[in-house]
Design a protein around this ligand. Structure first.
Ligand SMILES: Cc1cc2nc3c(=O)[nH]c(=O)nc-3n(C[C@H](O)[C@H](O)[C@H](O)COP(=O)(O)O)c2cc1C
Length: 306
């Protein structure tokens, strides 16, 4: 009998039992999602972003289908780090997967405060969500390498666990931002978050989201996320990448790995099929067997150029 291929991978020094990561904001606090799907198919699952104080989010409507994808403008509704730690923290150990916390804030200090609270609660890693539109003055951290690096350095100074910096496909020069956060202490980059988008209901003439413009995710953004991964991997193959955007099949995962990702996030696909992670892992395993690969890591960055 032939040996099954290994699906273990690494993001820098952090080992993942599979390359699949349940993406932030699509699996709730993870603790609640554990009652819905088998989390053992994931290398890690990321809990919804948390800020220093409670954020009430935007009014409805804040979710809308748009073409083959989805628009969201939730505004990172969350109870704030203290309430999160009290409610979710005690249950983290019950989850059958590594759980990462996601920190968000308006200032570097707020990010650091949240990250240290999440780390003390027992999360296995911190995702620094630099790609939300909440920079003081209205911008997005991930669009500016200096602002991004300052946040990551502030988080690095207060936590010992691994840090992933979540960047934005809206970034003008994603390689420069990836280099800046890596230098500031990020162990890997997450490429990426949603793409700015909008939709209008032509009957009511109102935008599909109360905030007008929001984040577009799902199938249609895959080529954009893949381009981000490939650009960073080509320029800086030493920076570990978690590729995320539009993944719904095992073949999508293979594509991201070939482009240079070491692990791959699954987000919007969970809304149609909460148990899709198991199917994607089975498809990936079949691909590895069909191609006689001993390990999924043989695919990382193995794209061949023309
Ligand atoms: C409803 C919804 C909520 C999200 N909330 C967050 C969030 O709180 N923090 C974050 O870093 N990303 C958040 N994301 C972004 C996803 O984690 C992911 O990066 C993005 O949707 C692209 O991947 P996908 O096409 O597989 O969904 C959210 C996405 C959706 C659809």
């Amino acid at each position: 009998m032939t040996q099954a291929s290994s699906v273990t991978t690494k993001l820098g020094g952090y080992e993942l039992r599979t390359p699949l990561v349940a993406a932030c904001g699509t699996v709730g606090s993870v603790v609640d999602f554990a009652g819905v799907a088998d989390l053992s198919v994931y290398g890690a699952a990321v809990a919804k972003s948390v800020s220093g104080t409670p954020w009430k989010g935007r009014p409805v409507p804040r979710l809308a289908p748009a073409g083959e994808g989805m628009l969201n403008g939730i505004g990172i509704q969350n109870p704030g780090v203290d309430a999160w730690v009290a409610e979710v923290g005690p249950h983290l150990a019950e989850v059958a997967a590594d759980v990462w916390g996601s920190a968000v804030g308006n200032t570097a200090e707020e990010f650091a405060n949240v990250a240290s609270g999440l780390a003390a609660a027992g999360v296995d890693a911190i995702e620094v969500n630099l790609s939300c539109p909440n920079l003081e003055g209205g911008g997005m951290f991930a669009l500016q390498e200096k602002a991004s690096a300052d946040v990551v350095a502030a988080v690095r100074a207060v936590v010992a666990i691994p840090i992933g910096a979540k960047l934005s496909p809206n970034s003008e020069d994603i390689v420069t931002v990836a280099e800046a956060v890596s230098e500031a202490g990020a162990d890997w980059v997450v490429l990426g978050n949603t793409v700015w988008g909008a939709g209008i209901d032509i009957a009511t003439r109102k935008p599909l989201l109360s905030g007008g413009i929001g984040g577009y995710s799902g199938r249609p953004i895959k080529p954009i996320a893949l381009r981000c991964v490939w650009e960073v991997s080509r320029a800086r193959p030493d920076i570990p990448i978690l590729g995320t955007g539009g993944v719904a099949t095992g073949d999508d995962v293979v594509e991201f790995l070939l482009a240079g990702a070491s692990a791959v996030g699954i987000g919007t696909a969970h809304f149609a099929s909460p148990r899709i992670g198991g199917r994607i892992l089975a498809q990936l395993e079949r691909y590895l067997a069909r191609h006689d690969l001993q390990s999924v890591t043989e695919l990382i960055g193995a794209v061949e150029e023309w």
